[in-house]
Design a protein around this ligand. Structure first.
Ligand code: GRF
Length: 202
């Protein structure tokens, strides 16, 4: 049984997609052991509550070691950053090499890195006149939105899109599909990293 920790900061729609995918059997042999947030009022924690999942709230102070302690406490196999807006402490990356994944709402390496989060990503896509965008699931390393890419899914940009409309389409058509799929593939041992490139064997 793969035990995962889901780290959240906001509304938790990606967490909800994972919860639903575990319940529906789309994600096999996986338990959401804990939901961790850096914001005590994140609605994502309400979603965890409703699903009966233990919650941990890590404020910024004792962040690094507290985070690793929480992960060890629950015997976590995989850490999932789902709308998580905190730079991952280096001690956590060292403790979980290629065991931390993140969902980013663009086709990395476009529109990513420091300062590119939430609506800002979609504002950038629209400002550039891109005709496609999408989402990326990747392993987390020391740099923001930089580690080996696991899955990507493209989404059409439509005339008249606002950042909000585009964000919703990217969530519905890409994020909420590829993040559960990546968790399932990793749990089935179908993802490896060779020379810095993630290889997915379906
Ligand atoms: C999503 O667009 C996600 O890609 C980004 O934060 C947004 C909100 O995510 N990282 P959620 O609803 O909190 O899962």
């Amino acid at each position: 049984m793969q035990k995962i920790a889901v780290c959240v900061s906001g509304g938790g729609t990606n967490l909800q997609a994972i919860i639903d995918a575990v319940h529906s059997g789309k994600i096999h042999n996986t338990q959401i052991a804990v939901v961790i947030s850096n914001k005590a009022d994140a609605y994502a924690l309400e979603r965890a509550n409703n699903a009966g999942i233990p919650k941990e709230y890590e404020n910024r102070s004792a962040f690094g070691e507290a985070m690793v302690d929480a992960l060890h406490k629950y015997n976590i196999d995989l850490v999932v950053l789902a709308g998580y807006l905190v730079i991952v402490p280096s001690e956590m990356i060292a403790a979980y090499p290629n065991k931390i994944i993140n969902i980013h709402p663009s086709l990395i390496p476009a529109h990513c890195g420091m300062g590119y989060y939430g609506l800002k990503v979609h504002e950038s896509v629209l400002a550039c006149g891109n005709k496609i965008t999408g989402a990326t699931v990747h392993f987390v390393d020391e740099k923001a939105d930089h580690g080996p890419i696991i899955l990507q899914k493209a989404v059409e940009v439509k005339n008249g899109d606002t950042p909000e409309i585009l964000q919703r389409r990217v969530m519905e058509q890409a994020e909420w599909n590829i993040l559960p799929e990546a968790i399932d593939l990793i749990g089935a041992g179908k993802v490896s990293v060779q020379n810095g490139i993630a290889v997915v064997s379906r």
